[in-house]
Ligand binder design. Sequence first.
Ligand code: CA
Length: 442
Amino acid sequence: MRKSICLAAILIAAASGVAAAQSSRNSPATTGTVPTGRLGMQASEPSWSGRSGASGDPRMSAAAIRAAAANFHRCIDALWPPAARRHISRATFGRYTRGLTPDLRIMDLLDNQPEFTKPIWDYLDVLVNEERIENGRALLQKYRAAFDAAERTYGVDRHIIAAIWGVESDYGTQGGDRPVLRSTATLACVGRRQKYFRDEFIATLQILQHRDVRPEKLIGSWAGAFGPTQFMPTAFLRYAVDFDRDGRRDVVDSVPDLIASTANNLRKDGWVSGKTWGYEVVVPANFNFMLASHHRTMPLREWQRLGLMRPHGKPFPRPGDEAYLLVPAGVQGPGFLMLHNFRAIMRYNPAEAYALAIGHLADRLAGGGPFAQAWPRYEQVLSRSERLELQQRLARRGYDVGEPDGRLGAKTRAAIRQFQARNGKVPDGFASMVVLKQLRAR
Ligand code: CA
């Protein structure tokens, strides 16, 4: 059991590319470590490389990082007035900032842009497998009363909550091992995300002052996400609830608080009670893939009219529901019609692979089967430099890919589709080696 958890952590750490880098939660994928429950640096933890960040941002140069680190205490002191405005007492501020030092290793992690990233099916293999399904079902059984109560109060399907728990931290077994206060303080004063993290740092002080979570349990990912469902400190302040009524909103040690807070988060992000997140669909080969865009929603019955079907001819229970078509691996892989609730999951974790894993794991926990269609596992996945080259070549031909950054988002996908359509190919928007070779030709 322990061994496989570690293996999954390593696999995910190796895979922490596009999806993890885009995740605002910076789920455990970015640290890949098993929590030890101890504060401070781990003996095995490498220290800061001393190198400039790959982003090229001037605040990430080695000299700028050194200068910001030298100024760390002055920077923290300058955060006292905004903290006071948020009702942090002088005593709290003093107690938690005294002796605080920056964790510069985080600068390496902030700008980590691995050359090789895994395709979506590898993420899904790690995040949704027999062990995680079995453990999730055991959890649903064990905490049935808490799930019952939270489902009644918030109207969010218990399987989604359990799936978030499973995907974000493998049910609390992987959640990062860094003190949230030190991580958010570091990021608030060093590097390219200081403005964003000042809020997170002050929110962390608010949590500590209110004694919602025990200080020694306020540990998490390098970006400050903590607890089994990886709350950021500001998200905690917005969504956490004291469901067991002991006066503390403890999303780390109280299962009722954890389940209810996560449900409340999804509900406030727009979860519609009694509905699902989406359906796997079979897309006919001659389909107009230009319609596969999250900007294009239509009722399920319209998609059906265009030839999209659920595998094995299963009907759509509510054909009037609006959905958009996602084809994450192109014409060779499965399609998905995404309902409103998928957008709520995407707000929870904006990485597409993670959101799909959460939806799929929820279905599996509820007794559903694996996807009916195979992924194109034979496809050669582009490396970071190849993705960058693809974007640059598209830009040179006049396609709008935004700022080429080696990350394949919706804009790049749309540009690939246009290029494919103009060149008589199936415009599925999938960044394959075939597309890159076509762009290189001439
Ligand atoms: Ca509580």
